[in-house]
Design a protein around this ligand. Sequence first.
Ligand code: ADP
Ligand code: SF4
Length: 668
Amino acid sequence: MSSRDPRYDILFEPVQIGPVMMKNRFYVAPHADSFGMSKIDEMIAYRRARAEGGWGAVCTGETMIHETSDHAPFICTRISSDSFIEPLSRLTSAIHEYDSLAGIELAHVGSSCPAWSFREHPIAPSAQFPRLYNNPVAARKMDKKDIQNFRKWHRDAAIRAKKAGFDIIYAYCSHDLSLLQDFLLQSTNKRNDEYGGAFENRLRLLKEVLSDLKDTVGDSCAIALRFAVEDRRPGSDLTAQGEGRRVVEALADIPDLWDVNVSDWGWDSGSSRFFEEGAQEPFIKFVKQVTNKPVVGVGRFTSPDAMVSQIRRGNLDIIGAARPSIADPFLPIKIDSGNIESIRECIGCNVCAGEVMNNTAIRCTQNPSVGEEFRRNWHPEHVPPAEDGSKSILIVGGGPAGLEAALTLGKRGYQVSIADAGNEWGGRLVKERRMPGLSAWGRVVDYRVEQLQVMPNVQMFLASSLTANDVEGFEADHVIVATGATWRLDGSGRSHDKPIPGWENENVCSPDKILDGDLPKGHVVVYDDDYYYMATVIVDKLVEAGCKVSYITTAPSPSPWTFNTLEQEHIVRSMVEANVDIRVGTSISRVEESSVHITREYSVTGVDLPVDGLVLVTGQLANDSLYYDLLKKHESGTIRSLQRIGDCVSPALIAQATHDGRLAGMNY
Ligand code: ADP
Ligand code: SF4
């Protein structure tokens, strides 16, 4: 067993946070999981895994203090009545089992409240137009009594949190999802009493709430403030040089812990396509110069060297993480035990956020056990041993699904062979990781291949395109087919139940040709009927190559699924900056030799757009022919046991492929 590199000792120093001591500098920052109180066992198992993995503190996500803070349809934890003390105390007990501190993010979402569940009217510093989720619900202005109530809800919630056993209790002023931030920002606070207008007035409520929390529970609980020092959205009045800094100066030593970030969520949890590890550093680094209290921040930190550097350079005292802890709950233990090469690094794809945005429980591309800790009893690191380790398993296809199946079965002790037709492991990711902004996605492959290569019970064969007869000749006890999918060439898909007339023209291609590096020239239309990342990544690639690009989508907004991954705003901005001609709600009804015929939604007539090339990003087809050939052999008894997984069942997210791989590996 290797031991910790002394360079990382600093990460394992204890940190005093007000009245409580954290055993090391690893901190699971508050983050949404979409379990809510109705799936509290799932939530406890999910957070417990992070405590088990060595994090010094594990926090809840937004926990609503009152029914006027109603984030439905989004699913959150609640502490708005005494009935929630018991379930939440089961959470703190689970976290305490591993000597971790339990934190709770008390939240009131203010004017960002769609008010669907409880049918209270949303409240705000001043009357607000509906702001989020296209909901036709405006917030009403709070009067003095409301402000007193709001403070009391915080005090009551803090007392409940203390009773439930929490060690760290938050006030929340971030992400454009907080009533406290509504009061702070000039854009949302138009009051002209002592809670509005001048900076000191807009700050008043935050200061009062912090003091209330300290007075109520501060004797034994640390009081943390989650604060966005800068609102990165264009046009915002909150900047790290301006009022963001003034807030930290004004409140410097009031909270026991400063948890600082940038706002809104799409800038805080920036995807790797647009943000590097540690991207918030320029905004938050001033905080430690202003306060004597410990400072925690996030930055998709997966490298222990980057973490140490943050501390040594005086930017942070504590390394906060949501996504790195989602992808690898055992990250601290791996650093502590000198196993940094086995860290399952977050790829920054934001599929975890995507699930939360869709009100489905959290999941992760890299870590298929996420969200399955309770339901399937999956552990992030451990797998049950093989029932019979002499059994042989052949996996055909070395993409995310095949690699994860191989890893799970290999760890369990089976005799595993994995073959791929290509010259490199990774399936779809061999090429996708080379597209603009997607290099970090290659970690899905590297993490698995590095481990498989040293397993004595795993054999790996590249450049091995297997036929059904080859597979039969292998005489494996079990065969798993993971042969992936191929982009359609004919344009049929979501909006076209038939091929698009003219798709056979020479100027038309599918994403696979672009992924192969065979790029068209001149004016190219990228047609997005897929709605996720592929079309706009191709746009980036073509722009880089000097093409004039038109992006046409049948959707009402560009790349709509990336709204869920918090990327849409960044994608649109980058296309606008690159002078891409963007046309939404538009379909292509036929292709000519040097033009495409396009029609706006609801209009009867279309126009011809002259183009040199067209990339049809519409849909994928499963590569399932090998599977069906093998099925015949299975039915005739020459293949003992057979299944298929991943995109060759039906094309989906990479997260689905890794999940399928884990499921196949666990169920054998
Ligand atoms: P998934 O996301 O489901 O893992 P991918 O498309 O990423 O699917 O990976 C599928 C892999 O299967 C590709 O690398 C491809 O080369 C490989 N493959 C497809 N057909 C065969 C075959 N007959 N023999 C070996 N490998 C194959
Ligand atoms: Fe990271 Fe993607 Fe997993 Fe989220 S889903 S934790 S971004 S790898």
